[in-house]
Write a protein that binds this ligand. Sequence first.
Ligand code: ATP
Length: 252
Amino acid sequence: MNRIIIGDRIVKTFGEGDEQRNVLNGVSVEINEGEFVSVMGPSGSGKSTLMYALSGIDHVDDGKVLFNGKDLSTVTESELSDLRRTKMGFVFQQPTMLKNLNILDNIILPAMRSNRKNTAKIVAKARTLMKRVGIAELETRDITQVSGGQLQRAGICRALMSSPEILFGDEPTGALNSQSANEIMDIFTEINAEGTAMLLVTHDAKVAARTERILFMRDGQIVNELRLSKYDGLNFDQRIQKVASKMLEIGI
Ligand SMILES: Nc1ncnc2c1ncn2[C@@H]1O[C@H](COP(=O)(O)OP(=O)(O)OP(=O)(O)O)[C@@H](O)[C@H]1O
């Protein structure tokens, strides 16, 4: 199976002098094409920092990150931003959208910035995605006139406009009620089933239980990993139980 991302002994340090500390302590991790992976761990254990390092948002201080075989430390800023724009999608806890644009315009904005000539195609793609995630009727709404779950769906559409190879989610369901969170996870599961790899940072065992590999972090290291194959025949409650017992076992 092809690796999309290889993180090799990544070290990330913040602060200076006496205040300096390693937030990532030589983390090695591989993400395969089409894999559905989550990262769990206590607050401050380095989950988001790892996600930013693997996606090239942040530079690493030691070790390296390869994306499709390319060492991210050797590419220029503009190549890096092209890579992020075309191969990666990002969904955050609260989607950042522009207040003066409606939902559709917010979704198409990044695609329009890089390809103004294809407006009709871009709008058609956005509409297909909006229909798919259940917000087709909201395209002319202001971003303040939709619910948190609907706004997150719009954020997902925006992230999928470039048909990324991997979607990164930093607590993508963290601000949602459990029903909306479930619906967003249904959408992620479908997108993943169609081949997009997924790396989600989460505190929620129910979210992690939907993924197929869970990385557990503590103090800037991956201290354990749990595989939940769909072929194990476990039902959802049993999957959650497995995640919860693992958390208990490693004390996080
Ligand atoms: N830009 C930064 N400058 C200084 N310290 C930082 C910076 N970003 C993160 N940190 C510190 O690095 C540590 C790990 O942060 P990170 O956000 O990766 O943790 P996390 O596991 O995602 O936590 P949470 O679950 O609370 O979001 C924390 O102690 C945080 O304060």
